[in-house]
Design a protein around this ligand. Structure first.
Ligand code: SAM
Length: 216
């Protein structure tokens, strides 16, 4: 399958998609599990929240978020990849208040529902910047007033100042869009699109961040 964005590394092959969770566990030496649980705890999800997960992948994160919800809460996972969505459906099968929809986040769309949280985890860095702006507009549209866009992704840092033992693997593994993502001022960008009241939590020696931006 041809990539939509040539240099993207968030558009995964069917093989990588099928084994995504295992690959992440192995590549992170098991650290990812602890990290994602603490990042999702830091979201302070309310029991009745309706959450839209942009680029939901296998549903692993959605299943963890679901632990914070009552029957009044709901999770919609959207993703480009049918291989990912099938895993989402299997993983979230025990939960009636979840759904998986095939939907690209990089084009203008409207699910005609408004959410308390739009969450996206390690997706938005993987696009050219003008496309990220469309993703931000889509997040804004799908939020209720006062709802929060929560971006879990790389933090802001200078690649040049990163120690070589992190920089070399980062440069090998990550796509060139990520190099541009880390150098940008995300609070300023989100402010231009109508967000404010920012909160952030940093992880992995400050190289990863949960950024919460409120629709104001
Ligand atoms: C690096 S994975 C992250 C998956 C998940 N968010 C997680 O943290 O486990 C990137 C995900 O984004 C999805 N994706 C890539 N491009 C997309 C697009 N244009 N629209 C929707 N999903 C997309 C991929 O199919 C994949 O599931």
């Amino acid at each position: 399958m041809e990539k939509i964005y040539t240099d993207s590394k968030v558009e995964l092959t069917p093989f990588i998609s099928k084994h995504y969770d295992s690959i992440l566990n192995i590549a992170s030496f098991g650290l990812y599990k602890k990290f994602i649980h603490s990042a999702i705890a830091d979201m302070t999800i309310q029991a009745d929240n309706h959450i839209l997960d942009f680029g939901c992948g296998t549903g692993r994160n959605s299943c963890i978020m679901h632990q914070y919800l009552s029957d009044k809460g709901f999770i919609t996972g959207i993703d480009l990849s049918p291989v990912m969505l099938n895993q989402f459906k299997d993983n979230c099968a025990p939960h009636n208040n979840t759904e998986a929809i095939q939907q690209r986040i990089d084009i203008d769309f409207d699910l005609e529902k408004r959410y308390d949280i739009v969450f996206t985890s390690f997706v938005i860095h993987g696009f050219p910047h003008n496309i990220r702006e469309q993703i931000i507009k889509n997040a804004y549209r799908h939020l209720k007033q006062g709802g929060q866009f929560m971006i879990l992704d790389f933090a802001e840092f200078s690649l040049k100042e990163m120690p070589f033992f992190y920089r070399i693997p980062f440069k090998i593994i990550e796509c060139k869009y990520a190099f541009d993502f880390i150098e940008r001022d995300w609070k300023a960008i989100l402010t231009d699109y109508g967000f404010g009241n920012f909160e952030e939590k940093l992880y992995f020696k400050n190289y990863a961040r949960l950024l919460k931006a409120t629709k104001i």
